[in-house]
Design a protein around this ligand. Structure first.
Ligand code: ATP
Ligand code: MG
Ligand code: MG
Ligand code: MG
Length: 441
């Protein structure tokens, strides 16, 4: 992509309305624009990142054995009345009336609808276990939408659901999602800590919130720092291997990690040596939950067992805040000059900077490098604008692509270009154009 033709309206000044760094940087980098309170348009650069994150979430859900479908954003109120949540949800639910005066709503989540879909398609224990998910926009009329996409009113969520015959089987589904979450967040370059969360009237220990530590987070958290040193990413994890799944879950749940809702100071002090205690704030990026027959009973999602009884299906739901993650990743990875994207979600891999458009040799060299990178399938943003070197460096640092390939007349005279890493300690090296290409492909 040539920057001269790209729609990337960057801002030089910090927008006044933005209170936290991720919101400021997303506006300044031209990733999103607010359409109305808590509702955003995703501009090309931001949308690329959103799709990258979505794809990683999808790959890990698929690997864990879930199947993707797509449910609508607008739902009928009927099912919500059957489950009892039409009244419980209160003002956070956006209620809509159609021309026939039927009560509709913009889904804040999908337990009711997925239960209805599943009950119509599964009749016997042979149809279980199964896992379904979708990645779809949700609407919650938050009292205080703020921090940009972190607490939006319209936001993109991955929500998965599991259907099992009994508790033991449901627990295995839960544990596979648990591991899928750890791996997903690790692939996104994040350290997300699974924290025990409230299970409400269901009880038990099958509810975890996945939290990224950040001082701008809205959750108050208490945990063992050891989580921060532990790496969960092994190549080719086999989700069908129950023992491997169990091992990851056992380790992660052996360390103290709770939000203020479940915090127990005495246990915290007993379990975690003082220097390992983290007390601070965090961002909830995911939440997994086993809720048994809470929806299958009122909605009549029943199956027959091998000995011909009829029982309600055991279910769980598993949410990831896909759009919130864009802000969450920036909170975790930026410096005073801008965003530092982890490679896995960067909108482009390389920014190619032409330092002197007016210099024919320099421009020819850039065009050649650009062509070679595109040819090799490397996603490159070519800054071919007629701007000062300073402005170009500032834009590149702001949008945070992992690599900057800088080409200027002076270097070219000596046969070299400069390759600079945005992250890490910003290493830079001078090398031949060919060597630079070899490094980037
Ligand atoms: P929060 O505590 O932040 O209000 P929640 O507990 O209400 O979130 P869940 O119902 O658990 O959210 O939804 C699953 C995931 O959806 C959350 O873990 C979060 O990442 C994301 N999410 C929830 N509300 C929002 C929002 N208003 N804007 C962006 N993402 C959200
Ligand atoms: Mg909420
Ligand atoms: Mg919450
Ligand atoms: Mg939650």
């Amino acid at each position: 992509m040539r920057l001269s033709q790209y729609f990337m309206p960057t801002l030089r000044e910090n927008p006044k309305e933005a209170e936290i760094v991720s919101h400021r940087l997303m506006l300044r980098a031209g990733m999103v624009r607010q359409a109305s309170a808590g509702i955003y348009s995703w501009l090309p650069l931001g949308y690329r990142v959103l799709r990258r994150i979505e794809q990683i979430v999808r790959e890990e859900q698929d690997a864990a054995g879930w199947q993707e479908l797509l449910m609508p954003t607008i739902q009928s109120a009927d099912l919500w009345k059957q489950s009892g949540r039409y009244d419980d949800y209160g003002k956070e639910m956006l209620r809509i009336q159609d021309r026939h005066e039927r009560e509709m709503l913009y889904g804040p989540t999908n337990e009711e609808l997925i239960t209805e879909i599943f009950r119509n398609g599964a009749k016997s224990y042979r149809d279980l276990p199964k896992g379904l998910y979708h990645i779809q926009w949700k609407f919650r009329d938050e009292v205080r939408p703020r921090f940009g996409v972190m607490r939006g009113r319209e936001f993109l969520m991955k929500d998965a659901y599991s259907f099992d015959l009994d508790y033991d089987s449901a627990k295995r589904a839960y544990q596979r999602q648990f591991v899928a979450y750890l791996r997903t967040f690790a692939r996104l370059g994040l350290k997300a800590i699974p924290m025990e969360a409230d299970t409400g009237p269901i009880g038990g220990d099958l509810s975890h919130e996945f939290i990224v530590l950040a001082e701008t987070g809205e959750s108050e958290v208490f945990c063992d720092r050891e989580f921060l040193d532990h790496d969960v990413l092994e190549a080719d994890f086999n989700y069908q291997d129950d023992a491997a799944v169990q091992k990851v879950v056992d380790y992660s749940t052996s360390l103290y990690a709770r939000t203020d809702e479940k915090h127990d100071q005495a246990r915290f002090e007993a379990d975690v040596p003082e220097q390992r205690r983290y007390v601070g704030r965090g961002i909830e990026v995911g939440h997994i939950f086993y809720f048994g027959t809470k929806y299958s009973e009122p909605l009549g999602a029943l199956v027959t067992t091998p000995d011909d009884q009829t029982v309600p299906i055991h279910m769980g739901s598993y949410g990831v805040g896909v759009s919130r993650l864009v802000g969450g990743i920036i909170e975790a990875s930026h410096d005073e000059n801008g965003i530092i994207w982890p490679e896995s979600v960067a909108p482009f891999h390389v920014g190619l900077v032409n330092l002197r458009i007016a210099d024919a040799d320099c421009t020819a060299a850039c065009d050649k490098l650009y062509g070679q990178l595109v040819e090799a399938g490397v996603e490159v943003l070519h800054d071919d604008r007629d701007e000062s070197a300073g402005a170009k460096f500032a834009s590149m640092d702001l949008i945070g692509l992992p690599w900057q390939l800088v080409v200027g007349p002076r270097g070219l005279k000596n046969g070299v270009v400069e390759l600079k890493r945005r992250g890490g300690n910003g290493e830079r090296e001078e090398l031949s154009p060919e060597a630079a290409i070899a490094k980037l492909v």
